[in-house]
Design a protein around this ligand. Structure first.
Ligand SMILES: CC(C)(COP(=O)(O)OP(=O)(O)OC[C@H]1O[C@@H](n2cnc3c(N)ncnc32)[C@H](O)[C@@H]1OP(=O)(O)O)[C@@H](O)C(=O)NCCC(=O)NCCS
Length: 152
């Protein structure tokens, strides 16, 4: 287990986030891509995972609608995978969302992102639906997890 350090970072660290993103996803994206996505959003969240002082992964999210937090992108550098860092990022994001009064977290994932589908199940998310992504001409699997217990 890597036991990464997870930090909440701010807009000043978007260069690092864009750099991590571009090492994990294609095509590469710049800071403007992230700024644009966060524009006008409530509760923008950026997390960086570090191992021995070196950035190893990131997570990002924002409010989807009142009460529901959206986990937008999660990525771990290839050399650091299967060491629990993706799980740590999810757990930190959920704790942050809980601390900010959100009742649930949602994320969406293409079928091609197999490790993420596995991670969602491992993190006890429910599959609550699929939707057609007309930009990518592929289905997105929708995952959700309640952060608060609702009484009967
Ligand atoms: C998805 C991703 C973030 C997972 O990060 P990670 O640090 O490797 O995840 P963890 O080590 O915390 O995995 C926890 C559990 O998830 C499941 N899992 C993760 N990757 C898996 C894989 N490749 N195959 C099968 N199960 C996997 C396992 O149950 C794993 O537990 P185990 O290692 O004890 O078996 C990472 O693979 C990644 O960055 N992928 C590319 C980016 C991506 O597709 N992001 C999602 C789109 S937003």
């Amino acid at each position: 287990m890597a036991n990464a350090k997870i930090d909440v970072v701010g807009p000043g660290d978007l260069t690092l986030i864009a750099d991590l993103y571009s090492q994990i996803f294609k095509p590469a994206r710049d800071v403007e891509f992230f700024k644009r996505r966060f524009l006008g959003r409530y509760s923008g969240l950026l997390l960086v995972a570090s191992v021995e002082g070196r950035p190893a992964g990131f997570a990002s999210g924002f409010e989807l609608k009142p009460g529901v937090f959206f986990s937008w992108l999660v990525g771990v550098l290839p050399d650091y995978r299967r060491q629990g860092i993706g799980s740590q990022l999810f757990e930190a994001l959920e704790q942050w969302a809980r601390d900010h009064e959100y009742e649930g977290v949602r994320f969406e994932c293409h079928n091609q992102h197999r490790p993420m589908l596995h991670l969602g199940i491992a993190q006890k998310y429910d599959i609550v639906g699929i939707r057609w992504d007309s930009d990518r001409h592929a289905n997105l699997v929708i995952f959700e997890k309640a952060l608060v217990e609702h009484g009967e």
